[in-house]
Ligand binder design. Structure first.
Ligand SMILES: *[C@@H]1O[C@H](CO)[C@@H](O)[C@H](O)[C@H]1NC(C)=O
Ligand SMILES: *[C@@H]1O[C@H](CO)[C@@H](O)[C@H](O)[C@H]1NC(C)=O
Ligand SMILES: *[C@@H]1O[C@H](CO)[C@@H](O)[C@H](O)[C@H]1NC(C)=O
Length: 392
């Protein structure tokens, strides 16, 4: 923990209000206590995580002077907006976005402000921020994206047609295609492709992948084939890894993992390179359909290739293996995760420990509990009941 965070927590424990602690840490009167930008960002984020009062959220963001060029600060801003919209604090959101972003008067801050208004569902404010400066393609794209975040799909199209003087680019079209795809009207994307052709704007893989996932969601599998055919014939573009991954993910979500595996086999035949994403979709897909053997097979193959998926794939696998009472396999996956310092949630670990005890592997069970208590001493209490149930 950084010293600034420690100092902050100390002030909180001494009964300082969050706002007072924030002010003391983020803008100290003692010049020697001035924080580096990064320390400030961290302190602000940690304060925001436990704050729900609109006034205090506002004062934290302001004292930290959050800036959209910092990744951490963008995260904090987004967190603050999410919480402020939960309490319908539109005027606080307006104040926050104006004072921290709009007043900076640079392009990056403006486009970020537009997106944040969208996240808060305040499209009128997003639109007036957009019109407050000479319109650019980048800001139009932010405005369209804002409407997607606000889940207001009709406004995406409305804004798209509202500013004919702004030259769209492939990104502009991709956002509109995404809106069609997320609102169950993917077929409308075909006319956008025609429009792009007339304007000499080349669609890219994102355009096609977005259409493909939309058609899968709408269960229009013949349309998926049409898009693939279009890519090949009209755009001279062979479906690559990302398109295969998109299709495999979509099929697994539709509980059609067997067909997803068919695509995987096609990739093998074409000697294409799979990545961990390919495997994790299949592993989780087969788990969800109760085919643990197939899930384990893909897991083994991924491991053999030295590929490492995101932690959630392993968490799901352990969870489903425990549910299917294949505790031994679950233990194997769990041990591998522990080596990476990844730990599944308490509920899953409890399932595993109890299951291991049931199949006569009490020793392994106790070992896991020991490791968990060592890693998270604060949770030792939670393991008490589980431990009491273990064979001595
Ligand atoms: C919002 O406020 C709640 C407290 O009400 C807090 O627990 C949470 O972490 C805050 N952030 C988000 C993004 O919900
Ligand atoms: C916020 O507004 C929505 C819609 O107007 C309403 O359903 C919700 O209850 C409000 N929430 C709070 C916390 O006031
Ligand atoms: C397609 O173009 C957009 C805009 O330039 C870009 O953000 C996106 O990454 C591109 N997609 C691919 C797959 O290259």
């Amino acid at each position: 923990m950084s010293s600034s965070l420690r100092h902050l927590l100390l002030l909180r424990r001494r009964g300082f209000s969050a706002a007072a602690a924030a002010a003391a840490v983020l803008s100290p009167s003692d010049p020697s206590a001035v924080l580096s930008a990064k320390q400030k960002s961290r302190a602000a984020l940690s304060l925001l995580k436990s704050e729900s009062d609109p006034e205090r959220i506002l004062s934290i963001c302001r004292s930290a002077d959050l800036h959209p060029s910092s990744h951490l600060d963008r995260h904090s801003l987004s967190l603050a907006i999410t919480n402020l919209s939960k309490t319908n604090s539109t005027s606080s959101i307006q104040t926050l976005v104006s004072s921290l972003l709009l007043q900076r008067r640079d392009a990056k801050s403006l486009s970020h402000a537009i997106v944040l208004f969208g996240q808060a569902g305040m499209l009128d404010s997003a639109l007036s921020a957009f019109t407050s400066s000479p319109p650019s393609t980048k800001n139009l794209n932010s405005l369209l994206f804002a409407a997607i975040l606000a889940k207001d799909h009709p406004s995406v199209e409305r804004f798209f047609r509202m500013f004919p003087d702004v030259e769209p680019d492939v990104d502009t079209y991709n956002v509109v295609v995404k809106s069609f795809s997320e609102s169950g009207s993917t077929r409308s994307a075909y006319s956008l492709l025609d429009e792009m052709r007339k304007k000499n704007i080349e669609p890219n893989t994102t355009t096609f992948n977005t259409m493909i996932s939309g058609f899968y969601r709408e269960n229009k599998l013949d349309e998926v084939d049409k898009v693939i055919d279009l890519m090949r014939r009209k755009y001279n573009s062979q479906p690559g890894l990302s398109t295969y991954n998109e299709r495999i993910m979509s099929l697994c979500k539709l509980k059609r993992s067997k067909e997803a595996k068919g695509l995987f086999d096609e990739m093998v035949r074409k000697k294409m390179k799979m990545n961990p994403v390919t495997y994790s979709h299949l592993i989780v897909g087969f788990c969800k359909e109760g085919d643990l053997e197939e899930a384990k097979r893909f897991y083994g193959e991924m491991k053999k290739k030295g590929l490492v998926a995101g932690s959630s794939c392993y968490f799901s696998l352990i969870h489903y293996l425990c549910q299917g009472e294949d505790f031994e396999a679950a233990l194997g996956v769990c041990n591998e995760m522990m080596e990476r310092n990844w730990v599944p949630c308490f509920a899953t670990m409890k399932l595993l420990v109890k299951g291991l005890a049931k199949i006569g592997k009490g020793e392994e069970a106790s070992e896991i509990v020991g490791k968990m208590k060592e890693r998270f001493p604060g949770n030792a209490e939670m393991w008490k009941e589980v431990e009491e149930g273990l064979p001595k």
